[in-house]
Design a binder for this molecule. Structure first.
Ligand code: CAA
Length: 407
């Protein structure tokens, strides 16, 4: 176990030693069910190529009623917790836009389900799909002041637009969990970052609605506008150019969206740079093509796909574009660390995808329409068919009940 001595800490505090902060571990979870987009297209009387090429989605993850944003996040985090992490995590931040309570943080449930130590801070953050990026930036500040700490950042969402709506093809369900620490083993995050806030109504979900409202075309335009702005500002702040990036990962509401953004800057690079970025972009979309939009976690699923599906050289710089409707955007970057692939859970994620069950469109619609009571009545849920270790078992006296089958 690596400990900072008081002497080292003092050097960091005085700015004499560079403190490297970034992503130490990445966990991912998506529920057991999915729908094939070709079949959804047929059911919706749309040409399948519109969904698979025009939108760029092959499959869409569907959450059973026994999975909610809390359980998805807890299941994602389970794989990346060892004794050292449990001992050192003193801050849990949960980014979500499908929260289950206006008051209590979803992170507090996860903190308990994972058996983390009590002397920790736990909060939930909300700014549409940007919440987890905000959490990562706050985690950097926390670790700069407390170099021995580790921070658990959770990004978890179930994207719902409704059956037979234009947004339906961009639904999804899943979570990514990140451990942020000093001397991270996967990626050191660069200090520089560019960000933008503007009050716009491109996508939102009023508290009375369980599906999102969206102005689809406007949201696409604003995504591109925000990307252009923060990309230019990032280059101005850092002096870096497109050639400095091995890959750029995007928030992926659907995989064509990131491609549209990448295309706006490609002519800044040589042919070789363009080819590299286009190839790596496709690799970064492989997981999202099978999962769909998972809002706060989508950018980090894109990063995970790139890291797990291609061996990149240590020292490569990866750009990250985060966009949360409403809207906040940020461009930042990180440097891959030596042997970073040894710290990924590639086999676990391969098994997760291989063990999913395809749903017919009518079965997906049935599951989509299932809902928890909102009138205060209690319910017991049967979790026997849910292979996830952590499940929602019901509601009693207005309180969600969870189980960790591993305990
Ligand atoms: N073969 C190949 N391509 C085809 C095709 C065919 N047979 N038929 C149509 N297409 C193409 C279209 O040309 C179009 O491509 P371009 O965008 O490159 O022009 C693409 O398929 C989509 O077609 P439409 O624009 O007609 O699709 P639509 O009107 O049904 O809606 C959408 C698309 C606006 C993305 C809708 O799905 C939606 O509202 N989604 C939710 C909002 C969203 O994801 N916004 C993204 C930015 S906001 C954000 O990022 C935050 C977030 O997470 C929500």
């Amino acid at each position: 176990m690596k400990l900072f001595t008081y002497y080292q800490y003092e050097k960091v505090r005085k700015g004499e030693r560079e403190l490297k902060i970034g992503i130490d571990k990445i966990g991912f979870y998506t529920p057991q069910y999915y729908v094939d987009m070709n079949k959804l297209a047929v059911a919706r009387n749309v040409e399948p190529e519109k969904f698979t090429i025009g939108i760029g989605q092959d499959e869409m993850a569907v959450a059973p009623i026994t999975q909610d944003p809390v359980t998805l996040a807890a299941n994602a985090a389970l794989q990346i917790l060892d004794d050292e992490a449990r001992e050192k995590i003193d801050f849990v931040m949960f980014g979500t836009e499908s929260g289950i309570d206006h008051s209590k943080s979803a992170g507090v449930y996860v903190h308990q389900l994972l058996g983390l130590k009590p002397n920790a801070r736990t909060i939930e953050l909300k700014q549409a799909c940007y919440g987890a990026t905000a959490a990562i930036q706050l985690a950097k500040g926390h670790i700069a002041l407390n170099p021995e700490s580790k921070v658990l950042v959770l990004a978890s969402d179930i994207a719902r637009y409704g059956i037979n709506t234009p947004g339906e093809v961009t639904q999804g369900a899943g979570a990514v969990a990140l451990i942020i620490s000093a001397d991270p083993r996967i990626m050191v995050l660069d200090d520089a970052s560019a960000y933008l806030t503007k009050d716009i109504m491109d996508f939102w979900r009023p508290t009375y609605s369980d599906v999102a409202f969206v102005d689809g075309k406007y949201s696409n335009e604003q995504y591109l506008e925000f990307f252009g702005h923060v990309w230019d500002e990032y280059k101005e702040k850092t002096g870096l150019t497109i050639a400095d990036f091995e890959a750029i990962c995007y928030h992926l509401p659907y995989t064509k969206m990131g491609l549209k953004a990448l295309r706006t800057i490609l002519d800044e690079g040589s042919v070789d740079v363009q080819e590299r970025l286009k190839e790596n972009y496709q690799i970064s979309t492989l997981y999202s093509r099978k999962v769909g939009n998972i809002y706060t976690a989508s950018l980090y699923l894109s990063l995970l796909s790139l890291l797990e599906q291609k061996e990149l050289e240590a020292g490569s710089r990866i750009g990250l574009f985060s966009y949360g409707s409403g809207a906040v955007g940020e461009f930042f970057s990180g440097i891959l660390q030596p042997n970073y692939r040894d710290f990924l859970k590639i086999d676990h994620h391969t098994n997760l995808f291989n063990n999913r069950t395809e749903l017919s469109v009518s079965k997906y619609e049935e599951i989509f329409e299932e809902s928890l009571p909102t009138d205060g009545s209690s319910v017991d849920l049967d979790t026997t068919n849910d292979p996830a270790p952590i499940c929602l078992t019901g509601i009693k006296e207005h309180m969600r009940q969870y189980t960790n089958k591993n305990k």
